[in-house]
Design a protein around this ligand. Structure first.
Ligand SMILES: Cc1cc2nc3c(=O)[nH]c(=O)nc-3n(C[C@H](O)[C@H](O)[C@H](O)COP(=O)(O)O)c2cc1C
Length: 316
């Protein structure tokens, strides 16, 4: 089974992309992830200026999920310039530069500066609280704010723009439609779920210093699949990076069947090591080979009612 895909006009040798925030800080670590089988990589969220994360402990994980309150630490655009420059020397696979800010005008500025570094795609993390909103609601939780960020970024770059959505909304397809109408080329779904909280029985206090954190890993797979399913149903022509709880080749195939073109892999690095990319690719290929599947186009979106029977009328 061929694994290569095209996403927003960019060719990927396989659909697995490193999700933002995991190993995506230096040019060398991004290259290391490609050496281990990723078809593309996403940088950690880049701020215009540096941003301080939360105090330790910031991560706790078990067999089912990870809870993280890393808090989007970043050294800012100047450091991104160095690290992306390093990655670009003999660039081994497409680069998605993820940006984040807390004000719409700052999104525009960071988008312009990151564009000048020539990544293949800009991914916009809109899960951060909007400091100009009366209640600090995340941009991702309002069609109005999500569209405003998209328009601001669209005005500053000709690169493909992917908006990364939060699952913490009533209707994710509605947010997806608003950002596509505002100029987004693709969607990444989903960011972490929650926030959630865990208690240390001995100290009788929350385990994370920040108390709450975003939930990722195996437990969120049903939520990410549902989000991608809903977005693909509403916007079947819009390419999606399906992210959330993908640990195995079977998980990645489920993500493609609900409509994803690329598959984001983050927390799996913790569970299976950095070579999880190669392992997931091998597992996908083995599954496809057994069933005579030639390429991923045959599988994309088939989970939607009727799509399987239409595509495989003669398949037995
Ligand atoms: C430790 C950690 C740090 C993360 N940092 C970022 C980040 O900087 N920007 C971002 O857009 N998403 C960030 N995420 C979210 C992931 O990119 C991804 O959307 C989420 O974890 C779900 O995918 P997964 O279950 O494969 O990890 C982070 C996730 C984790 C676990």
């Amino acid at each position: 089974m061929q694994l290569n895909v095209e996403f927003c006009g960019v060719k990927f040798r396989n659909p697995l992309v490193l999700a933002s925030g995991v190993l995506g800080v230096t040019g060398a670590s991004l290259k290391f992830v490609v050496e281990n089988g990723a078809g593309g990589v996403t940088t950690k969220s880049i701020w215009r200026e540096g941003h301080t994360g939360h105090p330790n402990p910031v991560i706790i994980a078990n067999d089912h999920f990870m809870l993280n309150a890393v808090g989007l630490p970043d050294a800012g655009i100047e450091k991104a310039h160095i690290e992306i420059g390093e990655y670009m020397k003999g660039k081994p696979a497409p680069l998605i530069a993820n940006i984040v800010e807390a004000r719409i005008a700052d999104f525009a500025e960071v988008a312009e500066k990151v564009s000048a570094l020539h990544p293949d795609i800009i991914e916009v993390n809109i899960s951060c609280p909007n400091v100009e909103d009366e209640f600090g609601k995340p941009f991702a939780c309002s069609t109005h704010d999500a569209a405003a960020v998209t328009r601001a970024v669209r005005a500053k770059t000709k690169l493909p723009i992917v908006i990364k959505l939060s699952p913490n909304v009533l209707n994710i397809a509605e947010i997806a439609r608003a950002v596509v109408d505002a100029g987004a080329d693709g969607i990444c779904a989903i960011n972490t779920v929650g926030p959630g909280l865990l208690i240390d029985l001995e100290t009788r206090e929350p385990i994370l210093a920040n108390k709450v954190g975003g939930v990722s890993g195996p437990a969120i797979k049903p939520l990410s699949l549902k989000a991608v399913y809903d977005i693909h149903k509403a916007l079947p022509k819009v390419p999606i990076i399906g992210t959330g709880g993908v640990i195995t080749g079977e998980d990645a195939l489920e993500m493609i069947m609900v409509g994803a073109t690329l598959v984001g892999v983050g927390t799996a690095v913790y569970y299976r090591g950095v070579d999880c990319f190669q392992k997931i690719n091998d597992e996908m290929m083995e599954w496809g080979k057994k069933r005579g599947i030639k390429n991923l186009d045959e599988l994309r979106g088939v989970a939607h009612a009727g799509a399987y029977s239409k595509k495989f009328q003669n398949y037995s």
